[in-house]
Design a protein around this ligand. Structure first.
Ligand SMILES: Cc1ncc(COP(=O)(O)O)c(C=O)c1O
Length: 374
């Protein structure tokens, strides 16, 4: 089946008691025991499993072409579970331009867990190969990266990694509509479902999806229930509901972003635009090969100072000054301010999450806001 059909129908079977077309929200934390069986219909206690979570996990696995999925209470909880499934002493390679929350998690928490971590230029497969060690157990990819939109050749890294090293791709930005890393040989995919999958800036969540069941994935599943960072049944339900329209939303995000990126590139007050759908992007051809659409995120440098870039943000009347991404409403932020100390992000960079408003209204708003640089 095609992804539009999968998004609408996967995981939607109801238990049949009342004939609900949309499954109800199962708020009960406990499930009645049956003599000789642990729990009714395989459920016992909601931290270990819940019908709404199962529904969401089935949808996610199907959309990413995976065999299994585990839903978490946030994107970083999902990433943590992957890192915690490794053994102290294992080595991890991550991109230099990784989401700053993942960098913090690795540096502040996972080093204390005993992981050895190196950050490399993931746009250069040779550099990744040279950084490999005997104890390298995981390569973490984020493509496009946050916030520089660097592209990693997922298939080549997977081939180079071989059987002993797992490859996990943070697929939050492209979503399975634009990119399916498991089809390129990745072992795991991670999501912050808070972003495009939720799509309406009203639910926090995360997920790990596995290509096939493996020892590593089994450990991730046991961390899900043992460490307990699980999403509530209501949040699972909300996510499942939103995912049903994901393919249509993402295509519209792609189209609006493509037009706005062209608008920005032609603008006299813009120094540089980072968007993989532009021919000027360093990895335009690679992005075309491994992505079905360039996504809804654009970063750009204004022709001005850090202070001037900050001032631009406050001039918009439509684009909301806010962090995060993937909602139906457009948001933007001065990225360095959000990342804080130690960040390599240029001071004159603005990151925009292009929403689903009419693109003409967004372009007018950008024109107005950039007018402050005159
Ligand atoms: C690429 C990426 N991965 C992971 C996360 C973390 O997700 P969450 O905020 O849901 O924990 C984010 C959040 O911005 C992100 O942009």
């Amino acid at each position: 089946m095609k992804k539009e059909t999968i998004a609408i129908h996967s995981g939607m079977e109801s238990d049949g008691t009342h004939g609900d077309v949309v499954p109800p929200i199962h708020k009960s934390t406990i499930f009645k025991h049956r003599k000789g069986k642990e729990g009714a219909a395989g459920y016992n206690y909601t931290r270990a499993g819940n019908p709404n979570r199962t529904q969401l996990e089935q949808q996610l696995a199907a959309l990413e072409s995976g065999s299994d999925a585990a839903a978490f209470s946030s994107g970083v909880a999902a990433s943590s579970a992957v890192f915690q499934a490794l053994e102290p002493g294992d080595h991890v390679l991550a991109p230099e331009d990784v989401y700053h929350g993942t960098r913090e998690l690795l540096n502040e928490l996972m080093r204390r867990w005993g992981l050895e971590i190196n950050f490399v230029d993931m746009t250069d497969v040779g550099a990744v190969d040279r950084a490999m060690q005997d104890n390298t157990k995981l390569i973490w990819i984020e493509s496009p990266s946050n916030p520089m939109l660097y592209i990693t050749d997922i298939g080549s890294v997977c081939e180079m990694a071989g059987d002993e090293t797992e490859v996990c791709v943070d697929n939050t930005w492209p979503t399975p509509v634009n990119q399916r890393p498991l089809e390129f040989g990745a072992d795991l995919v991670v999501h912050s479902t808070t972003k495009y999958l939720g799509g309406h800036s009203d639910v926090l969540g995360g997920a790990v999806i596995a290509a096939t069941s493996s020892n590593l994935y089994e450990r991730i599943e046991s961390i899900q229930s043992m460490a307990g960072a699980v999403p509530s049944p209501s949040n699972c339900w909300l996510l499942s509901r939103s995912i049903r329209t994901l393919p249509y939303r993402v295509r519209a995000h792609n189209e609006n972003a493509r037009q706005l990126a062209e608008f920005l590139e032609a603008h006299s007050k813009i120094e540089e635009v980072y968007y993989p759908g532009l021919k000027s992007h360093d990895s335009y051809e690679l992005a075309r090969r491994q992505m079905e659409g360039p996504g809804g995120m654009i970063s750009f440098l204004v022709d001005g100072t850090e202070e001037e870039a900050k001032e631009v943000i406050w001039q918009s009347q439509l684009i909301t000054p806010a962090t995060s991404l993937g909602g139906v409403e457009s948001t933007w932020e001065h990225r360095l301010s959000s990342e804080g100390e130690g960040s390599q992000t240029p001071g004159n960079m603005i990151r925009i999450s292009v929403g689903l408003e009419h693109v003409d209204d967004l372009a007018s708003d950008l024109e107005r806001a950039l007018g402050v640089l005159d």
